[in-house]
Design a protein around this ligand. Structure first.
Ligand SMILES: Nc1ncnc2c1ncn2[C@@H]1O[C@H](COP(=O)(O)OP(=O)(O)OP(=O)(O)O)[C@@H](O)[C@H]1O
Ligand SMILES: [Mg+2]
Length: 412
């Protein structure tokens, strides 16, 4: 039965003083597929291993279902936490066949050997591997081994499934097929899932909820759509895909509420751009902030037009054109040394062609420059309730009420 997971102010300091987790707090509802996204070293594996009970937390609390599995005093071992794990390196028993690897997972459920092997065969069938049930791991491909690992994780009907980059060792084509399989198998099983990746596309494709980790801090939690539309910080915006960034100054109010009109700095031929005031500007929702700002541009906001078009906010010239099957992806260099990547085009545009760029306000988000409030400082030191009005490089950002109303939770 799918369990609820509650993670409260979890902190992990490794021996030697490395502070890998700085207070992530969130709840995962039963049956939810949550993806933890973050760059290398951001604490993803540490958080997963802490939830699993492989690592002890330094402070905080973890609850699975109705059971407090870890806090300052309690530490239940992994086998008493009703969870299963899938690892990057499959971690199958080398001396057991595929079927016995899966059946082994039922041992702690006190299922008889015959029944365990029967259930295991059924599960292997669901992952499309019953014909290879007698093979040993060494006789299976990487993708097949990962399917066995998935079957092993799902066979016990565990309440919580933890996956640590299970697809990262597979080639691109197999990765995509396995992603679809994992998504459908896990949802069919109804398990609550925590899935780690550093791949934004994989995260968005799989998740009901995405949590973004930066230096051990959960900087944003929301649906993929929330995070794409309203990234809480410049870091989140960058990590979830930008076509480019421009230095800009505010030149007036925008036509849409909560927007301003900005002018790129040092780019010849640029016209004012309608931009949404992101929460990372330190100015409060909708206010026109002072000082140098950075315009973060989502690839979805960029439309190609003629260089001489009235609609063009920017003009530049094509420096690369890549055929992607359905479309072309262009790199456009603007005057002043700025560059936009991932610009979609239906047709091939030869290198050197002058082009215009029309920008859609929905994907143009303003942030302060440099980014305020890197979560490097311990969140427990943060002043509760303080708004993100800190000077650049200042204190951690406080939880923004504005973000919560959009269904995106900002975490301190
Ligand atoms: N056993 C350990 N002892 C000390 N420090 C550790 C240990 N394991 C991890 N760390 C450190 O904790 C931080 C978080 O590591 P973690 O493995 O959780 O990152 P990650 O987000 O999973 O990264 P990756 O994407 O590379 O797998 C890193 O700075 C790492 O060096
Ligand atoms: Mg890791």
């Amino acid at each position: 039965m799918a369990e609820r997971l509650v993670v409260e102010h979890v902190s992990k300091v490794y021996p030697g003083g490395n502070h890998a987790l700085r207070g992530p707090t969130f709840t995962v509802d039963p049956g939810t597929f949550m993806v933890l996204l973050g760059p290398s070293g951001s604490g993803k594996t540490t958080l997963l291993r802490t939830i699993a009970g492989i690592e002890r937390l330094t402070s905080g609390r973890l609850v699975i279902g109705d059971v407090v599995v870890a806090d300052g005093r309690v530490h239940l071992p992994p086998e008493r936490r009703d969870l299963a794990m899938v690892f990057q390196d499959y971690a199958l028993w080398p001396h057991l066949s595929a079927q016995d690897n899966v059946a082994f997972a039922l041992k702690r459920h006190r299922v008889g050997r015959h029944d365990a092997r029967r259930h295991a065969m059924g599960m292997l069938d669901r992952v499309g591997l019953s014909h290879l049930a007698d093979r040993f791991p060494v006789q299976l491909s990487g993708g097949e081994q990962q399917r066995v690992a998935l079957a092993r994780a799902l066979v016990g009907d565990t309440g919580l499934l933890l996956c640590d980059e299970p697809l990262s060792n597979l080639d691109a084509d197999l990765r995509e097929r396995m992603r679809v399989e994992i998504s459908s198998l896990v949802r069919e099983a109804g398990a609550t899932t925590i899935y780690i990746t550093h791949d934004q596309l994989e995260a968005f494709a799989l998740a009901d909820q995405v949590g973004v980790l930066q230096d051990g801090v959960l900087v944003q939690l929301g649906t993929p759509e929330d995070i794409y539309a309203t990234p809480a910080t410049l870091f989140v915006a960058r990590f979830t895909g930008l076509a480019g960034e421009l230095e800009v100054t505010v030149v007036g109010e925008g036509k849409i509420t909560g927007h301003v009109s900005v002018q790129p700095v040092g780019i010849d031929g640029a016209r004012p751009i309608e931009a949404r005031v992101g929460e990372g500007t330190g100015a409060g929702a909708g206010a026109a902030p002072d000082g140098p700002l950075l315009l973060a541009i989502r690839p979805t906001a960029v439309r190609l037009c003629a260089a001489e078009s009235e609609a063009a906010n920017l003009v530049g010239s094509v420096t690369d054109t890549a055929f992607r099957g359905r479309h072309y992806e262009l790199v456009v260099d603007l005057a002043g040394g700025r560059r936009l990547t991932g610009v979609l085009s239906e047709r091939r545009v030869p290198r050197g062609t002058p082009v215009g760029i029309e920008l859609d306000a929905a994907g143009c988000i303003l942030f302060a420059e440099p980014e305020p409030g890197p979560p490097g400082a311990a969140p427990e030191d943060a002043e509760p309730g303080r708004r993100g009005g800190a000077p650049a490089g200042g204190a951690p950002q406080a939880n923004g009420a504005a973000s919560a109303t959009r269904g995106t939770e900002r975490i301190q």
